[in-house]
Every structure is written in structure tokens, then in C-alpha cells.
Design a protein around this ligand. Structure first.
Ligand code: SAM
Length: 329
């Protein structure tokens, strides 16, 4: 497993497959004026597999596919089966808005996908439209049911809490864990990027302390559930007599950079060293000029070595050159 300069074991690669999305969440992607990476500039399935092989050769153990919306890649099943078949690959997971899961959950499971994290900000039909803009509640449930039926479990729901949008809905989301063995995770809005969505993210921050308070006031005291994974960014809890887990991911109010185990690959072929910094190393150029797995492994190890200690939000600095939909969270 590769260690960075600060002794962190970096073994988890998040691969963004595309910057396009079929939603326009208010804090993530504007309704107009967005330009996307041209298809020829996206890493192709064989190039992604090559990066996967290099990552395993470098000591990485697992990958997660993200985007934009990864299910918009027509070659997604091929990408998953290529990555899942690499000897030593411990886990292939995906983060998705679940809209296309009714069609894709089964073939993805057969191709080797283990689990999905599903993005869901509210259970209120009106606010689904208001926040996600191109979605409705019926499609929310169909996607989750398809993931569960295909065995892409445990089901983890990711809720980004934004003041004035869904901070009033956190209790209903948390209550899902009483009868279901799901993980519902509340994520703090991160200020990053350049456009109006980034400004929304800056203005609508809600701390997880506040979210937790609202949940405990309505549903009872949370009991801590120790995580088996020391690099788990989520602090986990259970409601009284609940089947599932409630998690709080608090990158702004309680940064966990000291245990960060991640490297990110952008859809246009750059290793992005820290979500909330702009530092990147190009890997696509090496691949397209004939470099093989060994060349990619060397670049990846350099990227690990150059990973910043942590973010600098407290000093007013963040990622400026990329928006969240170009990084994948
Ligand atoms: N399309 C997929 C999805 O919806 O999960 C994967 C990509 S999306 C960028 C990944 C996650 O990032 C989503 O849960 C989304 O809500 C979250 N996200 C977007 N902008 C964010 C921000 N500024 N701060 C925190 N999370 C954000």
C-alpha cells in the first residue's frame, strides 16, 4: 500500500467517468452555461482499465466510479467488468443519482460491481424537483429498489444538506433507517468551484452538529457505531431500535484529512490530489503517448507523494479550477 509524505496509506482510487449529469442539483451544476469534456478527451474504457491495473500494482485496493453521473457512460458495464477482473482488485463500487439503475443494476452486478452509494437529498416530491430539478420522487424509489433487488448492498444514501432547501427533511431521511438496513449519510456542503452552484454551496452551509441535533430532537438519542475501517470518513450512529445506520460526513466542521486514503482520477485523465485543492498530475498524456501500466504506476506514486496535508478552507482556500461535477465528490 503506498504511503504519502505524511504516513497516510493511500489505497482508494475514485474514478470520475464523465462530467455530464442527467440532474442539475442546485449546489452542483448550473442549468445553463456548462461546457463538458468532449468525448474524445474522456479516458476510454481500456485506458481506465490500464489506470486500474497500475493502481493495483502500486498497492491500491479498491476503486469507486463517480462523475458527473457515471451511468451516462454507454460503456459503463464494460468498464466495470474490466476493473473487477483485475487480479488483486478488492472492491469496485459506484456513486450514482440512481435514475438509470432500473435498467443497469442487474448488468452492473453481473459485471462485478459490489455496491452503490445513492444520492438522495429529500423524500418530499416538491423539493426533489426544487433541488435536483430534473427528477421526480417515483424515479427515486425505482432506482433504490433496483439496487436492492440486484444485491448492490448495503444501500447507502448520501444526503447533502443545504439550508432553505432540505434542512427540514433530515428527520424523514434519518427515519428510513428505523425499519431498513440502510445507511443514511448526511454530508456537509463544501465550497468549491467557480460558478453559481459554487456560490449556492458557500451560502447554504449547514453543520452536521445542527443536523444531528434536529434528528435527535425528533427521533431519540443516537448511539455511536464504531467503524471497522479507520479511514471511514463517516462517523456512524444508530437510532434506538433501528436496523440501519446514520452517518455524518463533516469535511468542513470536522476535517478528516489526517486519515484521507484517497486519490482521484478526473474524467479527462488527471490525478487530482485532494478534493479541495487544485493540484493535479496529467496521466492521459503519458497513456496516449505510448506509456504502459508501469508509466502510469510511476505517475500515480508521484501523485501520492505530492498529496497535500489537507484542505485549507479555514484560510479561505479551496478548489477553484474545477467544480464538483468534474471531480465526483
Ligand atoms: N452523480 C453522482 C451522484 O449524484 O452521486 C455522482 C457525482 S456527484 C458530484 C457526487 C456527490 O457529490 C453527490 O452526492 C452530490 O450531492 C455531492 N455534491 C455535489 N456538490 C457538492 C458540494 N458542493 N458539497 C458536498 N457535496 C456535493
Amino acid at each position: 500500500m503506498p504511503n504519502d509524505r505524511f504516513g497516510r496509506e493511500i489505497d482508494y482510487l475514485r474514478i470520475s467517468l464523465i462530467d455530464h449529469c442527467n440532474l442539475r442539483c442546485v449546489y452542483c451544476m448550473p442549468l445553463s452555461g456548462v461546457s463538458f469534456v468532449p468525448p474524445a478527451e474522456l479516458l476510454q474504457a481500456d485506458e481506465i482499465e490500464m489506470v486500474g491495473r497500475a493502481a493495483i500494482a502500486a498497492g491500491f485496493r479498491r476503486v469507486r466510479l463517480t462523475g458527473g453521473e457515471p451511468t451516462l457512460r454507454a460503456d459503463l458495464v464494460e468498464i466495470v467488468s474490466g476493473l473487477a477482473a483485475i487480479p488483486g482488485m478488492g472492491d469496485v463500487a459506484m456513486t450514482t443519482n440512481r435514475i438509470l439503475l432500473p435498467r443497469l443494476a442487474e448488468p452492473l452486478k453481473r459485471a462485478g460491481l459490489r455496491r452503490v452509494n445513492i444520492h438522495l437529498d429529500t423524500l418530499n416530491a416538491e423539493r426533489v424537483r426544487q433541488i435536483m430539478r430534473w427528477n421526480d420522487l417515483a424515479r427515486v424509489w425505482q432506482g433504490i429498489e433496483a439496487a436492492e433487488a440486484a444485491g448492490l448492498t448495503p444501500i447507502k444514501l448520501n444526503t447533502v444538506v443545504a439550508s432553505g432547501y432540505n434542512d427540514g427533511d433530515v428527520v424523514d431521511l434519518a427515519a428510513l433507517t428505523v425499519a431498513r438496513d440502510w445507511h443514511v449519510r448526511f454530508i456537509e456542503l463544501m465550497p468549491l468551484g467557480r460558478d453559481e452552484a459554487a456560490a449556492t454551496a458557500r451560502d447554504r452551509f449547514v453543520s452536521n452538529a445542527k443536523t444531528r441535533e434536529a434528528i435527535e430532537r425528533a427521533l431519540g438519542t443516537l448511539t455511536a457505531v464504531p467503524s471497522r475501517n479507520p479511514a471511514d470518513e463517516s462517523k456512524n450512529f444508530r437510532l434506538p431500535r433501528a436496523q440501519g445506520i446514520i452517518g455524518f460526513i463533516s469535511p468542513v466542521s470536522e476535517p478528516y484529512c489526517g486519515t484521507c486514503n484517497r486519490m482521484r482520477l478526473t474524467a479527462d485523465g488527471k490525478f487530482h490530489l485532494c478534493l479541495l485543492n487544485d493540484d493535479e498530475l496529467d496521466v492521459k498524456r503519458a497513456i496516449r503517448s505510448g506509456g504502459g501500466v508501469e508509466a502510469v504506476r510511476e505517475i500515480l506514486l508521484r501523485a501520492v507523494d505530492a498529496k497535500p496535508t489537507g484542505h485549507a478552507l479555514h484560510r479561505g482556500r479551496s478548489t477553484e479550477n474545477r467544480d464538483m461535477y468534474q471531480l465526483g465528490g
